[in-house]
Design a protein around this ligand. Structure first.
Ligand code: 6GU
Length: 254
């Protein structure tokens, strides 16, 4: 899978992409991440990427020309055409707090694409023509304000890449993660069996795999009820799950 990231601050990605799972995926050619400095597409000698807002007001606005030209240059190289917006051959996503909120379903959808473009907004805003004519999606990573889209791009590349077949080793597997099955993950323990007098739950050392499976499932359900009851209405639950949830006082819709 390929990501093209358009940014005024390519240096912000050096650390996150040169460690751990992303680094390994890139070195195994499962993932290609190309960073494009929007400023390289500014035409003037000062490499101006932003300007004052028409109508006045505070802050600067990202100019349309360098953003359009950076994205179109990448499209031309890869597809031999530079159709943008709805006609584009891949998702062209503007990262902005005004976008739809990123979640695991969006991550799964993007992981099924061969190629995704991410544009990092910066300063107080981006010229509206970028929204209207260049991109075909807008994503936010949550209800808080970042100084720019770069941390959001890192979050999205991470969440999507780990769903690409082969990126996680068999030891890691994305299947049991929180949200994968619509509920939170169960508690995990490793050695030692007693630390400062605090014991690992007996069931986990029992060797009884049926009991362990049931305990983990119940812990997942209990944790989801306590912390994220909103998830339970959408999670796939079987009859045993519902029976258990009722014993711990869940009020489930009929
Ligand atoms: Cl994608 N960008 C900015 N600037 N702030 C955000 C965001 C994105 N997602 C949440 N907050």
């Amino acid at each position: 899978m390929r990501f093209d990231i358009f940014t005024l601050f390519p240096g912000m990605f050096a650390g996150p992409f040169s460690e751990s799972i992303i680094k390994r995926a890139v070195s195994r050619d499962l993932l290609t991440i190309d960073l494009h400095d929007i400023r390289d597409y500014a035409r003037d000698e000062h490499r101006t990427a932003d300007d004052y807002p028409y109508g006045g007001g505070s802050g600067m606005v990202l100019k349309p020309e360098p953003v359009f030209e950076a994205v179109e240059d990448a499209l031309s190289r890869q597809y031999g055409a530079k159709d943008t917006g709805r006609a584009a051959p891949c998702p062209i996503i503007l990262l902005t707090p005004q976008g739809r909120t990123f979640n695991q379903a969006i991550a799964r959808d993007l992981a099924g694409r061969r190629h995704v473009m991410l544009i990092c907004g910066h300063y107080e805003g981006v010229d509206e023509r970028v929204r209207e004519r260049l991109v075909n999606d807008e994503i936010s990573i949550g209800d808080y304000v970042l100084s720019g889209g770069e941390p959001a791009a890192i979050v999205i590349v991470d969440a999507v890449s780990r769903l690409v077949p082969g990126v996680l080793g068999s030891e890691e597997s994305a299947g049991e993660d929180s949200f994968a099955g619509g509920v939170l993950e169960y508690p995990q323990y490793t050695r030692p069996p007693v630390y400062r007098g605090w014991e690992v739950p007996e069931v986990l050392i029992s060797g009884n795999h049926g009991r362990i499976r049931r305990w983990r499932r119940e812990q997942s359900l209990k944790r989801t009820l306590e912390r994220r009851p909103d998830l339970l209405s959408k999670a796939p639950l079987d009859a045993d799950d519902i029976k258990y949830l009722k014993t711990i006082g869940a009020h489930l819709p009929p």
